[in-house]
Design a protein around this ligand. Structure first.
Ligand SMILES: Nc1ccn([C@@H]2O[C@H](COP(=O)(O)OP(=O)(O)OP(=O)(O)O)[C@@H](O)[C@H]2O)c(=O)n1
Ligand SMILES: C[C@](O)(CO)[C@H](O)COP(=O)(O)O
Length: 250
């Protein structure tokens, strides 16, 4: 489908790419992070459900650990997921950036809006997902959910060895800083162009769009969209799930 024949972002269907191919080194030894359980359900399934909860999302592309594609397909088959959503599983790469690119390679032509969401952010609320989609549909080429920082941030001269003292070189003005989450939302062509032309190693997709010289906009993120990175994050995630169950009356 050509750019001209694809409907405008306001009408086009939305696909989500979920990179889930990381090992989870910072979480400690065990299965790939996305396959580890949170209250008995794999983190990846929580993340897939979180994105599929949006009535706008009609396709979810899961980027699985390279040796775990069959396992991920079985997990998706074994868990209840919305029937109106299609699912595709592809093997991932050595970096998050490469994994997202492999997910984009599987994107059918009719999807004009694409979300990229970390499997490691399993508890993002649907209102955050919808706020990102709405901002892309309103015309922003790239949208990130973001939160103000609770801590003061220092720029340091990194020490050659971990744990050694590091000279502080600056204190950026905190009011202008935001901690950025996912899902990040994009106009399809913008994201594909970014992944084709930016080769630097980056930590998120929106920064690739910034490198194209385009404006990225931030919408309010949510504290429950935190990334499960270290062991304490698992404790927090299970506490959030327990609180949700109480609030839902289970
Ligand atoms: N080669 C990779 C590396 C990361 N990711 C995904 O990118 C998201 C964010 O990455 P992060 O939290 O850093 O996960 P890991 O790379 O697994 O963590 P670590 O750096 O601790 O190993 C995760 O959903 C992860 O599965 C991926 O799909 N492919
Ligand atoms: C994409 C991201 O979650 C935005 O905060 C983050 O940059 C991923 O970083 P990681 O080092 O791969 O965890």
């Amino acid at each position: 489908m050509s750019d001209e024949s694809r409907p405008s972002p306001a009408q086009t269907p939305v696909a989500a790419v979920i990179p889930a191919a990381g090992r989870g080194v910072r979480l400690g030894p065990g299965a790939p992070k996305a396959l580890r359980a949170l209250n008995g359900t794999p983190m990846l399934i929580h993340a897939v459900r979180a994105l599929a909860a949006s009535r706008h999302v009609s396709l979810v592309i899961v980027v699985a650990p390279p040796d775990g594609t069959a396992e991920v397909k079985s997990l998706l088959d074994a868990h209840a997921l919305p029937e109106r959503t299609d699912f595709t599983v592809v093997p991932g790469g050595d970096s998050r950036q490469e994994s997202v690119k492999l997910g984009l390679d599987a994107l059918p032509p009719e999807y004009g809006v694409v979300l990229v969401h970390d499997a490691a952010r399993p508890l993002v609320p649907v209102d955050t997902v919808d706020a990102v989609i709405e901002a892309v549909r309103d015309g922003a080429p790239a949208v990130v959910p973001a939160l103000p920082l609770a801590d003061t941030v220092k720029e340091v001269e990194p020490a050659p060895e971990a744990g050694a003292p590091e000279p502080v070189v600056a204190t950026p003005e905190r009011a202008r800083l935001r901690a950025v989450q996912t899902p990040q939302g994009f106009d399809r062509e913008t994201l594909i162009r970014a992944h084709e032309s930016v080769t630097d190693n980056v930590t998120d997709d929106a920064s690739m769009v910034e490198q194209l010289g385009l404006t990225v906009v931030a919408v309010p993120g949510h504290e429950e969209a935190f990334k499960v990175t270290r062991p304490l994050d698992l404790v927090l995630a299970e506490a959030v799930l327990a609180r949700r169950r109480l609030n839902d009356g289970f």
